[in-house]
Design a protein around this ligand. Structure first.
Ligand code: SAH
Length: 456
């Protein structure tokens, strides 16, 4: 038995771990709440600086029984041990600590209704248990061991049912899961995209080019689950932690599902980025676009645009002169073009390029955007992109971020001379998990048109 020590949790960090002082060092442990007294054991090696909670001695009044039987071993959720109200308070506090120096941080906006089963993108990895049974679920945090999850509290419930069909088919047909270490076996992951009205796209990710059972499995899934509108196979033959490979074939249906946001229909295929919580994403987009006060005189750049959701909604709602979306992923750009065409939008176009490269090229070509909406991945915007923004000096700047740590880093540069944050609001797009989405509106300090940015 590891040696244990008694500590008291002082605060929660941006990974949603409890922070405490031990021998004058700041250490962290998952699953702790502020004020709780607990027995911990120290971790070493790659986990140095972290601890495991052995026993909670004085529980917080905000502690609740987690809903999921594999909570704590699967790496998906981090806050299921506390009430939803407290989850929102924790997220507000985390963002306040990181961003208060840039402006007032408003309270985190939560989901309406139950904060469960909201994920429209689900990813299940296949493996074999020690007893030889086919299992599926998420990886244990910081490892590649699959935690068997037959149903998940945050995923759309249809996916759990379809996974039962997949696992049974694999046992019946002796179809082995792909083994990352040996390179043997076939089915690696199953990815689901679901629409708000319940349509499902199933992507069978194979680690092997030879997959003779694929059509039989696709037909079985479609026949047993009428919600499934399409099944594709994606070949990911590389030794990689990325889920999807490049090559994809449609086995059933048309290879995508459609979803609706702000009255616009969006086509979502397996490879394109689409926000995992549609109602919250809709709220964020609407709020950001309205707060920026985009009008018919504006030329707008939607940087890191994915399948063009923000660009299309802004183009439709604001009637802006010209809206351009820029995105690195080719499939997402194809979806974006199709989406704007289907919506009959004439004032929007898309470019498949690195956002920073494009913005510099635009400056070189004498193009000016009066409004830039940026929604970069977790790593934040590239230095090149930030420098280009500071060079172009758009009158309106909206930063939508899925990582407040990189948002803080980027705001530091943006607010050094040119901009001031006038609105900062976290949104709980990912209840139970450590994810926080933040909307930040920036005003230009010099040369600001008096009507260009509406006050919050
Ligand atoms: N705004 C979209 C997508 C945001 S996610 C939405 O709300 O749905 C971030 C997007 O940035 C992803 O689609 C990713 O493919 C894209 N991306 C990542 N690096 C990029 C880069 N260097 N240049 C342009 N796009 C990039």
């Amino acid at each position: 038995m590891a040696k244990t020590y008694t500590i008291r949790c002082k605060e929660i960090n941006s990974d949603m771990n409890g922070v405490f002082t031990f021998n004058n060092a700041r250490l962290e442990a998952p699953g702790l709440l502020v004020g709780e007294k607990a027995e911990i054991s120290l971790l070493y090696g790659k986990d140095k600086g972290k601890a495991a909670v052995e026993k909670i001695l004085e529980p917080s009044p905000d502690r609740v029984e987690p809903l999921c039987p594999v909570y704590g071993s699967c790496g998906g959720c981090k806050l299921m041990h506390t009430s939803y109200e407290n989850q929102l308070r924790i997220k507000t506090d985390v963002v306040r600590k990181l961003l208060s120096s840039f402006g007032e941080v408003q309270d985190c906006v939560g989901v309406e209704g139950e904060p469960y089963h909201y994920r429209n993108k689900i990813h299940s990895t296949l493996s074999v248990s020690k007893k030889g049974k086919i299992i599926s679920g998420l990886y244990k945090e910081t490892s590649h061991n699959v935690v068997n999850t037959s149903s998940c509290a945050i995923e759309n419930e249809n996916a759990s049912e379809i996974m039962k069909t997949v696992r049974k088919f694999m046992s019946d047909c002796k179809l082995a899961p792909f083994n990352e270490d040996t390179g043997k076996g076939t089915l690696r992951h199953v990815l689901f995209r679901t629409s708000a009205k319940g349509d499902v796209l199933v992507v069978l990710v194979s680690g092997n080019r030879i997959f003779p059972e694929k059509n039989k499995l696709a037909s079985l899934i479609a026949q047993k689950h009428p919600c499934v509108k399409s099944v594709t196979v994606n070949y990911n033959l590389k030794k990689t932690s990325a889920v999807l490979g490049d090559k994809e074939e449609v086995l059933y249906g048309n290879g995508y599902v459609t979803d609706e946001m702000c009255g616009i229909t969006f086509r979502i295929s397996g490879k394109s980025f689409y926000q995992v919580n549609t109602p919250l994403a809709e709220k964020i987009y609407l709020n950001a676009i309205t707060k920026a006060g985009i009008d018919a005189n504006d030329t707008v750049l939607d940087a890191y645009c994915g399948i063009g959701t923000i660009a299309c909604i802004a183009a439709k709602l604001s009637n802006a002169k010209d809206v351009v979306g820029v995105e690195l992923n080719e499939t997402a750009v194809a979806d974006a073009e199709e989406n704007s065409k289907l919506a009959g939008l004439k004032n929007v176009s898309f470019i498949n390029e690195d956002a920073g490269d494009y913005l510099y090229a635009a400056i070189g070509a004498g193009i000016h955007y009066s409004c830039i909406i940026m929604d970069p991945p977790r790593s934040g915007a590239s230095e090149q992109f930030i420098n280009a923004v500071l060079k172009m000096k758009p009158e309106k700047l909206i930063y939508i971020s899925c990582n407040p740590v990189t948002l803080a880093r980027d705001l530091k540069k943006l607010t050094l001379k040119e901009y001031k944050a006038s609105y900062i609001r976290p949104y709980d797009m990912f209840p139970q998990t450590s994810g926080i989405e933040t909307v930040c509106l920036l005003n230009r300090l010099s040369g600001l048109r008096s009507d260009s940015v509406r006050k919050s």
